[in-house]
Write a protein that binds this ligand. Structure first.
Ligand SMILES: Cc1cc2nc3c(=O)[nH]c(=O)nc-3n(C[C@H](O)[C@H](O)[C@H](O)COP(=O)(O)OP(=O)(O)OC[C@H]3O[C@@H](n4cnc5c(N)ncnc54)[C@H](O)[C@@H]3O)c2cc1C
Length: 451
């Protein structure tokens, strides 16, 4: 059988002698059975060598401030993935603890042939991977199963903004934006796997913050993700350019939690939208966000190690923020006041409450929300810490490159340009409550999330 995965999607992280056992796929960012280039590549290698194929997930007890809400969404999705994989005779094994210890232990126990893993630009994931690489003696391969254009190929450097990244994306898209082949029932079996533990038991075993409760919507998992995509294309894609920025309308896709947890491949969403019957400007507007903006976030986090610090802001932005460091602040709020949505601004409070109650905040309001945190904090460092903490604690899609970049765009001009100078913000783009009120009818939104 010929290889189903473009070899340019695959990088060799370690060269060594293959073991006699199964091919193992360590899934981390891309937690799905279908439309997964890393899994497909692992299956190709296993078929070629006539070996079994196993997948493994390493559950860490704490992860960048994730609470019950995010763990529950992830674990319910993984239970579905385990079920689908089992139907294809691929066990999904669960290990718990530090990946640097647990993954090598499992590979040794299985005498694994090759390790395949997915790509993630975030620091913690890169540290895990480096730890695993230092412990194992077998070939290790990395496949970018998240970006349509593999991050390291899309651009060799940190991009300045969307305008410099877009032409590179356009050039590479015809090679990479394709449909996916099917995952095959695997002919070589590893033996019956332990059943996937009940989600409630796993959740009980975790030391996570239970005060950030699960949300009833969206439903987790690959099937629900597919339905959400189909429904968006059928009902809302055509009006995406007109409706997406209006907090009073349900104009966005709502796909970000599925994309974040890898329950939906961005490439599946792009492929279906690319072929959908919708006005070309609607398809283009959506693909600009889904491909250019999203993959630009990965580019930033991959090439800028300080992606969640003021030190990662561009020079002009750091300079202008410094020049306005001592400007008087009309309002100063503590983290507790912000978290409890107790500011003088009812729109900000409504946005904060939307996030706390539903696990999402409307995309347009996220910019306003973050910029006001800059305006009401004693300094940019505190503002960045506060925005990241709240975003990652309450958003279902938090702890994502899109989040770090969204916050860095709002507070620190990342991927943006300089604007007319004003207090506190310096040359960072400002957003006012008045301009939002002029553009949109916010009465319904304010009523929905009133205190
Ligand atoms: C302060 C701030 C914080 C943010 N925090 C997060 C976060 O934690 N997680 C997260 O996934 N996104 C974050 N974003 C980016 C964006 O707001 C969300 O991706 C989007 O609102 C999610 O809703 P949706 O899937 O319905 O988006 P849609 O409008 O339907 O877009 C489809 C997809 O395109 C991508 N996309 C859309 N807008 C952007 C953008 N501005 N930058 C990069 N990719 C984008 C996302 O993958 C999104 O799911 C943040 C933005 C800001 C300004």
């Amino acid at each position: 059988m010929s290889a189903r995965v473009n070899p340019r999607r695959v990088r060799r992280l370690k060269d060594s002698h293959p073991g006699p056992g199964p091919v193992v796929y360590w899934l981390s960012r891309d937690q799905r059975a279908r439309d997964n280039w890393a899994l497909l590549h692992a299956q190709d290698l296993a078929l070629e060598a006539a070996r079994p194929l196993a997948a493994v997930f390493c559950l860490v007890p704490t992860f960048l401030g994730a609470a019950l809400r995010q763990y529950a969404f992830m674990l319910r999705g993984l239970a579905e993935t385990a079920h689908t994989l089992a139907q294809h005779h691929i066990p999904l094994l669960l290990v718990q603890g530090r990946p640097e210890e647990e993954i090598p232990r499992l590979l040794t126990a299985l005498r694994a042939r090759v390790l395949v893993t997915d790509f993630d630009p975030l620091r913690i994931k890169r540290e895990w991977k480096a730890g695993v690489l230092a412990q194992v003696e077998l070939p290790v391969l990395e496949v970018d199963a998240h970006n349509i254009i593999p991050c390291w190929l899309a651009s060799p450097k940190q991009e300045w903004a969307a305008y410099s990244f877009r032409p590179k994306v356009r050039r590479a898209l015809p090679e990479f934006l394709t449909d996916f082949p099917e995952l095959l029932p695997h002919p070589h079996r590893l033996g019956p796997p332990d059943p996937w533990p009940p989600v409630e038991d796993l959740l009980r075993s975790l030391p996570v913050d239970r005060s950030v409760a699960e949300v009833p919507k969206p439903l987790p998992g690959e099937a629900a993700a597919g339905q959400a995509l189909t429904e968006f294309i059928a009902r809302r894609l055509s009006r995406y350019p007109q409706d997406r920025n209006d907090p009073g309308k349900n104009g966005q896709s709502g796909l970000s939690p599925y994309l974040h947890f890898g329950q939906l491949a961005p490439q599946r969403a792009a492929w279906e939208v690319f072929r959908a019957e919708a006005p070309p400007e609607a398809r283009e507007a959506f693909l600009e966000e889904l491909i250019v903006r999203r993959e630009l976030s990965d580019n930033f986090c991959y090439y800028q190690p300080r992606y969640d610090e003021v030190a990662g802001f561009p020079d002009w932005a750091r300079k202008t923020l410094d020049e306005h460091r001592s400007d008087p602040r009309e309002y100063l709020y503590s983290l507790e006041e912000l978290e409890a949505a107790r500011t003088h601004d009812e729109l900000w409070n409504a946005a904060q409450r939307e996030m706390v109650l539903t696990g999402r905040m409307h995309g347009y309001l996220r910019m306003y929300w973050a910029k006001k945190i800059l305006e009401w904090s004693p300094d940019p460092e505190t503002a960045l810490r506060t925005a990241t903490y709240l975003n990652d604690r309450y958003e279902l899609d938090g702890r994502d490159p899109n989040g770090y970049v969204g916050i860095a765009w709002s507070l620190g001009g990342v991927h943006d340009r300089a604007f007319a100078e004003r207090p506190i913000f310096g040359k960072i783009r400002y957003m006012s409550r008045q301009s939002l009120a002029r553009k949109f009818d916010l009465r319904d939104y304010l009523l929905r999330f009133a205190s």
